[in-house]
Design a protein. Sequence first.
Length: 223
Amino acid sequence: MAGATATQDIELIPTKGGGGGGPAGGNGDQGGRGDDGVEPADGRVPQRTYITGMTVGLGGILMFFMALVSAYIVRKGMPNSGWVPLPKMPPILWLNTAILISSSFTLTRARRLFRSGDEAGFRHLWALTTVLGLFFLVGQILAWGKLVHAGVYLASNASSSFFYVFTGAHGLHLAGGIIGLLAVLLRPTVRLTRGTATEVAAMYWHFMDGLWVFLFLLLTLGR
């Protein structure tokens, strides 16, 4: 027919992947969410969760000791309280303090070696830190022995009671830190790759170190 145009069927071919879409299955975030604080690639708990938990726990420990310190100050300042200062602080406490401070330095050095990949050096200094912690506890027991030998007991007076309570409570918490150090020391290296255990253990240990220095100054200068 004149003037008529022949029509042709046009085959529409669908475009795979939808025009303008990205590669199939490619979201650009294949297992890389560990650093953004959402979720590690292997499904493990993010490191910051453990650190936050330790921070909260240390806050509770701090409040406990600050309550004891407040009671100490109030009891000492009461009129006619009959407060009798300890006749003499056991000299071994100075050595114990130096030992605990030294353990913080060895622990810091151990963590540096861990980050640099020196496993042997890390484990050596980490073990040394643990041994120093044990020496500190033994020294505290010897200090108690000196007081007992001098006739100063828990119930002798208020000042001796606070001394035993402060040192005993700190010693128990430090013993928990030693258990944590041993747990890291005995853990296979493959399980320490993220450094979470070393980070959390170091936080606790340095806190116990600083807490003891504070208590030692309080008991020495605030008698």
